[in-house]
Design a protein. Structure first.
Length: 101
């Protein structure tokens, strides 16, 4: 089964992971971007769960509170994702997923 998810999202300024990352010039850690990908996927597709990060590239820093677009495409057991801000690619990668349950 193939599917597409497109969502506008952001990491709030008060997210607990941001404390100390980095003082006076905060950026969102890549793990939080990945967490948002998995959260969005499982909210929209509760019948699947992510089981492996096959690849992930972080191409541009994301500031807390900065809106970004998240595009997720799924075919069979693979999920491709892209995160972008104003047509600039921030992150991309691939996850494997399995049926939940």
């Amino acid at each position: 089964m193939s599917m597409q998810i497109l969502e506008e999202t952001l990491v709030p300024l008060d997210h607990p992971c941001l404390e100390g990352h980095f003082p006076e010039n905060p950026i969102v850690p890549g793990t939080i971007i990945l967490e948002q990908v998995v959260k969005t996927l499982t909210e929209r597709r509760p019948d699947v769960r992510a089981c492996e990060i096959v690849s992930a590239k972080f191409l541009s820093p994301l500031k807390p509170g900065e809106p970004f677009s998240l595009r997720i495409s799924q075919q069979a057991g693979a999920v491709q994702f892209e995160c972008s801000r104003n047509d600039q690619l921030i992150a991309s990668g691939r996850l494997t997923v399995v049926a939940n349950g």
